[in-house]
Design a protein around this ligand. Structure first.
Ligand SMILES: [Zn+2]
Length: 252
């Protein structure tokens, strides 16, 4: 790595945590204003140190490109110095993100029995040149990986739902309430429900997860309508992440 050599040991042990089931189900909305907001309205902030690290990263990136002389070989020592500084800063940020992802995911799983989140793999993580945005995309993805890991460890169900319309629909009455990204409060003209935008989205995410879970359970149990064709096990065309299917099978 940019700051030295590392040696990694892999130890094969069975790890299992005892889970204290309390009946808490939760949906989470990963966002830019907060790290995530859950369906109970609780918000987990982005770590404060991240802004500072991002600023530093930008500064170092500028320094590297300033010192890079096109076509010159070899490049100056000052260029290489800056390049190493930049690599170390990248390393520092990735460690900070990982640390935050692990701790936040563990806390989330420990206190819930079912977690639903939006799967960002299919959110089409568009290439963008906005540093803050790409860092949060990466950290959300990493976070969901850890959420899945701890869910397995605790033997609880974790569901990923496709990210469509979760912020535009009213979580109280189901009507569509179109709003721009800058509108932070959901105000439903149909039923009068008012909630923080992300809180409303998290409630939709939870509902979507529960709905998918019901469909999966019913199809895998081979229920059929009288006279109808029984559904084959797992023959559901619902979208579902691979690892989540494994997760479900493990827990149900
Ligand atoms: Zn409504």
């Amino acid at each position: 790595r940019a700051d030295g050599y590392y040696c990694q040991f892999l130890v094969n042990v069975e790890r299992k945590e005892t889970h204290n089931f309390q009946g808490n189900v939760v949906g989470i909305d990963l966002g830019l204003n907060t790290f995530y907001t859950d369906s109970n309205g609780k918000a987990v902030d982005n770590p404060k140190y991240l802004r500072k690290s991002e600023k530093q990263l930008k500064k170092l990136q500028r320094k590297v490109s300033r010192r890079h002389k096109k076509g010159q070989k070899p490049q100056s020592n000052n260029y290489h110095k800056a390049r190493i500084q930049l690599a170390r800063q990248h390393l520092k940020i990735s460690r900070q993100l990982k640390d935050h992802a692990v701790k936040t995911a563990r806390a989330l799983i420990q206190s819930h029995d079912l977690v639903v989140y939006e799967d960002l793999k299919i959110a089409n993580l568009v290439k963008n040149h906005n540093l803050a945005k790409s860092i949060s995309d990466a950290s959300w993805y990493q976070f969901t990986q850890w959420v899945e890991y701890y869910a397995k460890l605790h033997g609880i169900v974790c569901v990923a739902v496709p990210p469509h319309f979760t912020s535009q629909n009213c979580s109280n009455c189901g009507q569509t309430v179109k709003k721009l990204l800058s509108v932070r409060t959901h105000k439903c003209p149909h039923c009068g429900y008012i909630a923080d935008r992300d809180h409303n989205a998290a409630r939709n995410i939870l509902a979507k997860g529960l709905e998918m879970l019901g469909a999966i359970v019913n199809s895998t149990e081979g229920h059929s309508e009288p006279g109808g064709n029984p559904k084959a096990t797992g023959e559901s065309n619902l979208w579902f992440g691979d690892s989540n299917v494994a997760n479900l099978k493990l827990s149900l």
